[in-house]
Design a protein around this ligand. Structure first.
Ligand code: FEO
Length: 174
């Protein structure tokens, strides 16, 4: 079926947005390492990997449909993120922005009558519910302890347990 140029361009932009998300979380990981919170830094690194997989999921979809992937420059992320609470508040705000991007893409796919893209985006719509929930859960815990070091260290130890995400190819085979 017809895969509109407009939708292809929008998905190429989304690939860039997913790579920017990856870069942002990797910058947060570096920041948290610098603050001696290796568990939180690990959580961010897993989040970075997950964003790479999101980008690749769109990438593979474009290839599968015979579309041309255009990779663009990735903006530099910030280097300073404030308190631990600020960091996780920024994760949540960022995921809310990404959710809006995904919803706009879905709206476009509906306008275009593009069912395969709608099907792909259903996965991302569900994923964004999970992404916002994960950010919210950590933020809520961080807000409970504020800057109280023993509390932060307990959260740090818990976040060190976050498992690696599943690559898209393995997900499809599972
Ligand atoms: Fe790719 Fe965190 O959404």
């Amino acid at each position: 079926m017809m895969f509109s140029e407009r939708l292809q361009a929008a998905i190429n932009d989304q690939i860039n947005a997913e790579f920017y998300s990856a870069y942002l979380y990797l910058a947060m990981s570096a920041y948290l390492e610098d603050r001696d919170l290796p568990g939180m830094a690990h959580w961010m690194r897993m989040q970075y990997e997950e964003e790479i997989f999101h980008a690749l999921k769109f990438f593979d979809f474009m290839i599968d449909r015979g579309a041309r992937v255009i990779l663009k420059a990735i903006d530099a992320p910030p280097t300073e993120f404030g308190t631990v609470e600020d960091v996780f508040a920024e994760v949540l705000a960022h995921e809310q922005k990404v959710t809006a991007l995904i919803h706009n893409l879905y709206k476009m796919a509906v306008e275009e009558g593009d069912y395969p893209t709608q099907s792909l985006l259903q996965w991302f719509i569900d994923e964004q519910v999970e992404e916002e929930k994960n950010a919210n859960d950590v933020l809520a815990r961080v807000r409970m302890v504020k800057d109280y070091p023993p509390g932060l260290l307990m959260i740090d130890e818990a976040l060190a347990q976050r498992p690696a995400p599943t690559p898209p190819a393995q997900e499809a085979a599972a």
